[in-house]
Every structure is written in C-alpha cells, then in structure tokens.
Design a protein around this ligand. Structure first.
Ligand SMILES: [Zn+2]
Length: 92
C-alpha cells in the first residue's frame, strides 16, 4: 500500500497501535493534529486471535523487565557510590 493522503491533502502519517485490541498494528492518520481531520485507515490486516492473546502479555513482560532493569541500574549507582566512600574511608 502506498502512503495515502488524508482529507486535508497531506501525506498521511504512519503510526502503530498499542491497544490490546490491535497491538503492533500499523495505521495511517492525519499528520496535523490541529486541522480536525479525522482521516484513519489501517495499513496492516486484522490480527488473528492468537496474536491478540500473545502480544499484550509479551508487552507487559517487556515493561516489567524494563522497570526492573531501571531499578537495578539505580541500585548499582548507589552501591558504586557506597564502594567509593568505603575505599576513601579505608585509605584516609
Ligand atoms: Zn488531514
């Protein structure tokens, strides 16, 4: 499918849906949010039921892992700082 033009004759913007009903499914809409243009059309075909069950679970797990990684990075920074302080205490 070629990139369509919206109702206000601009090249439509390709976006990706992350709703549970259409996870990862791409669609076109208007590139101007201020124009009031309500152009919308799907680029990808509808997804099968199995995909609709699997992808939201994978996304939840990915978000959980990213949060855990972020927390671990914060803990590593604190531990590194405490290690530096302990070495300074020992040396002085
Ligand atoms: Zn438009």
């Amino acid at each position: 499918m070629e990139t369509p033009f919206c109702y206000c004759r601009k090249v439509a913007r390709l976006r990706t849906s992350w709703t549970d009903a259409n996870p990862g499914r791409r669609f076109f809409n208007c590139s101007s949010t201020a124009s009031g243009c309500d152009f919308f059309c799907w680029k990808d075909p509808p997804m099968c039921n199995r995909v609709l069950l699997v992808i939201p679970g994978l996304l939840r797990k990915l978000n959980q892992i990213e949060n855990e990684l972020s927390n671990m990075k914060k803990k590593v920074k604190i531990l590194y700082f405490l290690l530096l302080i302990s070495w300074l205490y020992i040396l002085l």
